[in-house]
Design a binder for this molecule. Sequence first.
Ligand code: NAD
Length: 256
Amino acid sequence: MVLARSLGAALVTGASQGIGKAVAMRLAFDGYKVALNDLAHKREQLEAIAEDIDQKFGSGTFVIPADVSQEEQVKQMISSTSKALDGLDVVVANAGIVGLLKPITDISMKEWDQIHQVNTRGVFMCYKWAAREMIARGSRGRIIGASSNVGKQGVPNAAAYVSSKFGIRGLTQSAALELGKYGITVNAYAPGPIETPMLKDILDDPSTLPKVESLGLKSEIGQPEDIASIVSYLASKEAHYITGQTICVNGGMYFD
Ligand code: NAD
């Protein structure tokens, strides 16, 4: 269902759960038509969220499963979203994976590549195709990516994840400098520990517990809605003068 009156069209990747779901719900609440992406096997969860959004806000939804680590799928996801929702104003490249906690001496190249394929390559491709579409449509859009607290301060036993999240900051700065002339802003969020299935998987795995200590997860755990609210602001008109930033949302766990 797509209604005529709206703030514009937003796409959120990794939207079937956790932070992505909260961001999608918040953007729908704000008045955006929302495209919901996740891996193909999450289609049912995406459809349930779309139904919930349609019932609560009636703002319009589009379910678009795709693997963000595959360029052809990202290209298709962007173009079909833009067609289905008649525009593309906000893209939130949220999808990410953490992998197993291990010291660098034990990380295989396969594990390294898997994490970077989704967390850096995937976000890069979302930025690239979102930017192309926004430029082509003359949309003064908002591109927003997922970094992390550990994209600003390294921790042991997560080198592939940490480096992928540091990468998002550089990518975000370069993209912001290039896209400013089109009126497009590019920013990222850097969450501390947030209560999502990703964090639960880490905390519930007894084999990772000794390593979890080293991550410094002692501060208060935040909620996905804490991230959704900063995304809502970055997507808003008022945030037009903020670009190239990776913004900590971490309850004071770490200061830049
Ligand atoms: P999550 O694991 O709960 O949800 C991530 C979603 O991304 C999942 O639904 C998953 O299916 C999807 N996904 C994974 N690979 C994908 C792919 N190739 N294509 C499309 N979708 C894919 O994670 P979350 O905690 O909600 O985290 C969201 C983002 O925030 C991630 O980038 C994560 O690294 C980052 N982050 C999370 C925390 C935290 O404490 N939860 C902290 C810092 C940063």
